[in-house]
Structures are given as C-alpha cells and as structure tokens.
Design a protein around this ligand. Structure first.
Ligand code: FEO
Length: 386
C-alpha cells in the first residue's frame, strides 16, 4: 500500500473501502474512500484520518513516505468518524503531534474521544506555517456538521475540502481525469443530494469564502481529487445550493395490486406528452438514496401510495421522511394513489409534500382499479377529479 503524490511533497494516504455498501442508510454501491493527506515539510502534517478499521492501510501508506512517529501536526477538518476514526491510534504513534481543529471540532473531538488529545483551536483566517508551505483555515460550519472546516495551502493552490466536493467511489484512480466524467458527476450529485442538500445557504457562504482563493486542485475526503474539472464541479455546487431544477419529473411510488402503478404510468404519460422527461422510481426496486439523486434536479416530485391500514405503505413513509429531512426546495409536488376504502394515504402524502414547502397540484385518488377513463384523464392532466 503506497502513498500517491498529488502535488510535490503532498501525498494521498487514505483508505479504499471497496466493500462499503451502507453509509448510514446511503447505498454506496461503488464503495468509498476516506482521503487523508500527508504534507512533507519542516513540519510533517497529516490532514484528516480514516475510519478506524482502515487505520492500518493509512499507516502503511504513511510509512511508505515517512516514519509516522515524526508527524508534527494532524489537521482534523471534521469530527465525523469516517475522518477522525484513526485519531486515537495515530496519536499513540505520533506522540508529539498536535491536533489542529475548529472550535466546534474541539468540542466534538472531546465528546468522541475524551480529553486526552493535544488540541489547538483555529478559526477562519488563521494560518499555520509548516516551513515552505502554510495552511490557511476556513470554517465551513454546517457543511455539513457544526465543526466542519477546510484547509488551504496557498503555495500549492490546493484546497483540502473535506466532505465538500466528495463522492462515494472506491477506485485505484485518484484524479477526476482518470475516471469517467459521468460516473464522477453522478456520484458527486448523489453525495450532495444525500449529505449536503439541507445546507444550501451554508454551501453558498462557503463557496463565497473560498472564491477569492487561487485554487488549481480540490482534494476532498471521499472519492476522486478534482484537478481537471474544478470549474464544472464548482458550477454544479452553485446550482445545487440554489435548488436550481430542470423541467423533469420523478415519480416515486409503491403499489399493492398495481393500481397505484397504473396511476404512476398514466402520470408518466402525461408528463411525456408535454415533453417533460420522467424518472420512474418504484420503491420496491429503487433505493431512497438513489432516488434523491433524481430529486436533486427534478422540478416535479410525484409520490404515490395505496392505502394500507389507514395509512401509506411503510416504503413510501420512509422515502418521505428521508426526503423531508434533506429539504429540497422550489419543487412542485403531486400525491396520488389507489385505495379500497378509507383512502387516507393520498392525503397523508399530500400533507408531507406541503410540509416540505412544495407547491402541490390537485392530488389523484382513485378507488380500487383505475379504469380507462380515469387513466386518460390523468394522461390529459385535467385537474378536476371525481
Ligand atoms: Fe465524510 Fe461528514 O463525513
């Protein structure tokens, strides 16, 4: 396990988690990496660590460059354990190392690991000399935790952005020009939709804070390092932070006896007849974290459930709970579903779409099996229903 030099004297020493499939509920079908970086200067510096179970891999990569006991500084940009999990082990080896973190990082690290660390707190604008290089810090509170910060090396034009600009991809490749653009942007979008989406305003502030910096490489803490497509990923982030949508629809549903699915397909026809592209997302076959990638840029969010035991199906409830937490904005919602009696599900779905702040269209609620007239009416997008 070797380190990868990303800039002269700056190395990637992370861990590749090929088998990761579940990141607190987020389906990571391409695995992930935890990117730690080693800076060789008069002060040897490690930026972030890895999940605890990948520690040996990180250590081996560090050892391929330097004796880890010689590490002077460890930058903890973020307390979450996929990046701080290796701290308790590395400080046992790098006994003189000082851990540099944000004010909320100090609080978080103490709550995670106790009082034993040698901590130094930094704020936005603070700088740390490493010798030939320096590290400048920018707090990026709530992108996506209170402790989050990024580190910038002006001499290298290198931004160590932690979770921002990350993607869950396990690969031998380290740079964005070494893997397909479609794959990287799809995973960057999925990452944003599932992790960063609620914090659009904070993302805008963070983008503003780093906009004056001269950057030719962004090294995030997950996935590929951006050295070719910096402009593109920053533009994408601006759009996502603005909840900028496209004229397309996502239809999310579950079905008991295919009646709700019939309605879903009629809605699909209705959109397509108007030239609006549709993503059909049956919750029996699509994971909610993948659906969020569709939601990220879709203007129309249609959610359907039949009524079961006076409520919606649990799969639909799970999706709505997840989406509501991720707080997409500026959408148009539509609730739909079939029912036998009672028929509470559609009203419940509609209520949650409204709670999300979506503008809603007249819900579609049909008893038992929709007939051809019903379906044609839906395809024609008439708003008055029985
Ligand atoms: Fe990759 Fe918020 O941790």
């Amino acid at each position: 396990m070797k380190a990868v030099e990303i800039k002269k004297g700056v190395y990637w020493v992370g861990g590749i988690d090929w088998d990761l499939r579940n990141f607190h509920g987020y389906l990571t079908q391409r695995g992930s990496t935890y990117n730690a970086y080693l800076i060789i200067d008069e002060k040897i510096t490690l930026v972030d660590t890895v999940k605890y179970y990948m520690f040996d891999e990180m250590l081996e990569r560090i050892k391929s460059i330097v004796d880890p006991a010689k590490i002077d500084y460890i930058i903890s940009n973020h307390v979450e354990m996929d990046h701080s999990g290796g701290l308790p082990q590395i400080v046992k080896i790098a006994k003189n190392a000082q851990i540099i973190t944000s004010p909320n990082g100090e609080k978080g690290l103490k709550k995670h690991y106790g009082e034993g660390f040698n901590l130094k707190v930094v704020n936005t604008g603070d700088s740390l000399s490493l010798g030939k290089r320096s590290l400048q810090f920018v707090l990026t509170q709530m992108v996506h935790w209170p402790d989050s910060m990024v580190s910038y090396i002006p001499e290298e034009k290198l931004l160590l952005s932690n979770d921002a600009f990350g993607q869950h991809i396990a690969s031998s490749e380290r740079f964005d020009d070494e893997l397909g653009w479609d794959v990287i942007t799809e995973e960057a979008a999925k990452y944003y939709a599932n992790i960063v989406l609620p914090f659009g305003n904070q993302v805008k502030k963070a983008l503003e804070a780093v906009s004056g910096l001269e950057i030719d490489m962004i090294a995030p803490s997950h996935g590929l390092i951006w050295r070719k497509h910096l402009g593109e990923i920053i533009e994408l982030y601006k759009g996502w932070a603005d909840n900028k949508t496209e004229n397309k629809a996502v239809i999310v549903y579950d079905t008991m006896w295919k009646s709700t699915e019939k309605i879903a397909k009629a809605i699909q026809d209705g959109f397509e007849n108007k030239g609006i592209s549709v993503a059909m997302r049956n919750l029996q076959t699509h994971h909610i974290s993948d659906i969020m990638t569709d939601v990220l840029t879709a203007k129309y969010i249609c959610v359907g459930s039949p009524t079961l035991n006076n409520g919606m199906l649990p799969t639909v409830a799970a999706f709505l709970t997840y989406m509501k937490g991720l707080a997409p904005k500026k959408r148009v919602g539509l609730a739909f579903g079939s029912y036998g009696w009672g028929g509470q599900s559609v009203g419940q779905v509609e209520e949650i779409l409204k709670t999300c702040g979506f503008q809603t269209s007249e819900p579609i609620k049909l008893q038992y099996i929709p007939n051809e007239d019903d379906l044609n009416e839906i395809k024609g997008f008439r708003t008055q229903r029985k």
